[in-house]
Design a binder for this molecule. Sequence first.
Ligand code: SF4
Ligand code: ZN
Length: 318
Amino acid sequence: MDIPSCDMCEHPAAWRRPWDNTLVCIMHFNKSFLKKVQKTINKYQMLKRDDIIAIGLSGGKDSVVLLDVMAKLQKNHSTKLIAISIDEGIENYRENGLHFAKLAAERANVDHHIFSYKEFFGYDLDEALMILGENRLSPCSYCGPFRRKLLNEAARKVGATKLITGHNADDEAQTLLMNVMRGDLLKTLHSNPIPKFKNKAFVNRVKPFRRTTEQEIVVYANLNQIPYQEMSCPHAVEAYRGKIRNILTNLSVDDPGVIFSIINSADSLHDLGGLVSNNLKHDGNKEIFDCKKCGEPTNNDLCNSCRLIIEIENRENM
Ligand code: SF4
Ligand code: ZN
């Protein structure tokens, strides 16, 4: 079978971009991939020239590809890149992820630091779930806030001025739709893609893959032979997100640009939120207080993770 050639050169095509049907060879795919990430960073003013960037490196496809791309883009800037991984203490899963995270850090030639729930909170996730027993929330309801908190703490510890994560366009579109369907559209205003939090204890978090689809990330990893963790977390049963994901996958068959349309809607919402924020109770730049227990930035008296740790401690002492 004849392999068609790239629309931009004579080399064999490696991929057909679904939304404009352009055929691209490996070189042109990589070139446009890096260009798109740089454009996204510029569009949302995600990074400054002298930023020290911590990257959340789980070992999954999004984070290892992000590290590879950022290491390449960073060569043109004076920013510094440091990888941080979180060890939740999930048996038969995290060890495997850390293996791929280490490989990725070596490949990109960046410092790599691992922070564990056990060391920071006093409990592994598995241990905490055992203490909490049957009558508890889902594992992700504990793990999510713990990870957010520890990532912030880890980023501060390594001296970072920005924290980047591998959330991609599909994740962002799913989140927006989930907020709409749960009647919580204003939540979208909290996730302003332009970093704005002023609290010193909070390292601003940005997502350079906001306009890069999951499919592009998988193609990048495969074409560049970047190994990543393929195993899913045994606790990952976010059924609602899965349903939204299926809806978007089906819609994308007829309208491959639908993900970008949703992201554009989210952007318009942020613009609108900026215009009317004085009239909104929840605006995109919510007021931040210090948690009464740990001093971390939070919207309430106690941060989420301190509240959950208190729940675990109480259960343990029962
Ligand atoms: Fe944690 Fe849930 Fe993610 Fe597993 S799926 S790592 S429990 S947040
Ligand atoms: Zn706290």
